[in-house]
Design a protein around this ligand. Structure first.
Ligand code: ATP
Ligand code: MG
Length: 397
């Protein structure tokens, strides 16, 4: 057992002292067995949420209806979820109601894939009723029970299967793959926001190319928002070898390759903030195709986005990214934004004794360009001089 699990042991031990069963479950156990860094630790228990809340001093009822209580121990939070099976599934979505059960096995049975249905007790012993460990060995993603049935219960699981392909590089079992081909259309019943969460993880996985190729092969892409007509573009996307480093880069590269604009991004229900970042990258990528397109003006305009844009450019045009040297060039510019100008609008109004108007922003823009291109130094007196002279020129004197 590693340090993270050892720290979490007290939660299991406390539950057991109070007469309940408790196990580590889900992604943390899977990733631990794969010797990958583990994320949040989830605990499954026979205790009901009210019991969990009564036992631990610091808890947050994050999802009582689904049996989940967050327990905070020594500053670390753990999701403690009561053993449960899910109620009736309606419309191919996860059920609204759940039933608490008293056995671990039943809880593991409602989980999506065998590799995610492995539990570990306080001694580090593995409880694996569905052959999850073998699936990890074989590097295979396989549903717990009948794939067709499981995807009919909750169609999001098909997207989850492909995001795990992207994160782990595993293959789909033949039956799981076949069921995705057959029931992909059920994805249309799933809220776009939930699809987008899984899709973003897919875009960021080290095996994103493999996952995108599978999206095409299984035809699942046809049921993703705005993608039904984008098969060729997705095939192209699957040919890139560089893996995006963050969500802006991931979405912007995807959007650039499949020709998404604001409308399509909105239909993916992405946040306005993220859409703004993506659109800035897209605007840059329209004209920056080779390293020499990084002019002084381009460096200045896209400064903080240089790493994103440059890595996407390199991936798309099969080039080597020059992020470091471009950032250096950006840092060496006389100014990196308007606020760094040694003169401001107020100074100009006083200096030129004129009323404010459209001329002012035009003049500031001119000064900005002149400083950027080193036609004048960024010093107040020099800029004043330059402004006076510039004004005279405009007045034709
Ligand atoms: P990650 O490391 O990305 O968090 P994870 O496997 O922990 O991966 P979560 O979405 O955090 O994924 O879900 C935790 C666990 O809950 C899963 O391992 C799985 O056992 C179960 N699970 C999650 N979503 C579903 C679902 N739609 N259907 C069935 N079981 C699910
Ligand atoms: Mg998790």
């Amino acid at each position: 057992m590693n340090e993270q699990f050892r720290q979490a042991l007290s939660v299991i031990e406390t539950l057991k002292r109070h007469g309940h069963e408790a196990y580590f479950v889900g992604g943390a156990v899977r990733d631990y067995l794969l010797q990958r860094p583990i994320g949040d630790i989830d605990i499954a228990t026979s205790a009901h949420p009210q019991e969990v809340m009564a036992i631990f001093p610091r808890t947050v009822p994050v999802g009582i209806a689904h049996g989940t209580v967050m327990v905070i121990e020594r500053g670390i939070s753990y999701e403690v979820t009561t053993f449960r099976k899910e109620g009736r599934y309606e419309d191919y979505r996860r059920p609204k109601d759940v039933t608490f059960v008293r056995s671990l096995n039943e809880d593991l049975q409602r989980r999506d894939f065998t590799m995610n249905a492995i539990a570990m007790n306080e001694y580090g012993e593995i409880i694996d009723p569905f052959g999850g460990v073998e699936a990890l060995k074989q590097r295979i993603i396989e549903t717990v029970g009948d794939a067709a049935e499981r995807f009919n219960e909750d169609a999001l699981r098909m997207m989850r299967a492909l995001r795990f392909v992207s994160q782990l590089g595993f293959s789909l079992s033949p039956k799981t793959k076949q069921a995705i081909i057959q029931y992909g259309h059920l994805l249309q019943h799933i809220a776009v926001e939930r699809i987008a969460v899984e899709f973003e993880k897919l875009l960021l996985g080290p095996f994103v190319s493999k996952a995108i190729a599978l999206l095409v092969e299984t035809n699942l892409f046809a049921y993703l928002p705005e993608l039904a007509t984008k098969k060729e573009e997705l095939i192209k996307l699957s040919s890139y070898s560089l893996v995006p480093v963050d969500r802006i880069e991931a979405w912007a590269r995807f959007a650039f390759v499949v020709h998404f604009h604001r409308e399509q991004l909105k239909n993916w229900k992405l946040s306005n903030h993220l859409i703004r970042d993506i659109l800035i990258c897209l605007k840059a990528l329209e004209h920056i195709r080779s390293l020499t397109d990084w002019t002084i003006d381009a460096l200045y305009e896209y400064g903080p986005y240089i790493p994103h844009i440059e890595r996407i450019r390199a991936a798309v045009y099969d080039d080597k990214p020059s992020v470091h040297s471009l950032l250096k060039q950006w840092e060496m510019l006389p100014i990196r934004n308007r606020k760094e100008l040694a003169i401001n609008g107020h100074d100009l109004l006083i200096l030129l004794r004129k009323k404010g108007g459209p001329w002012l922003s035009e003049m500031i823009e001119n000064i900005e360009r002149a400083v950027l291109h080193r036609q004048v130094e960024n010093e107040k007196e020099k800029l004043k001089e330059w402004a006076m002279c510039n004004q005279k020129r405009e007045n034709n004197c």
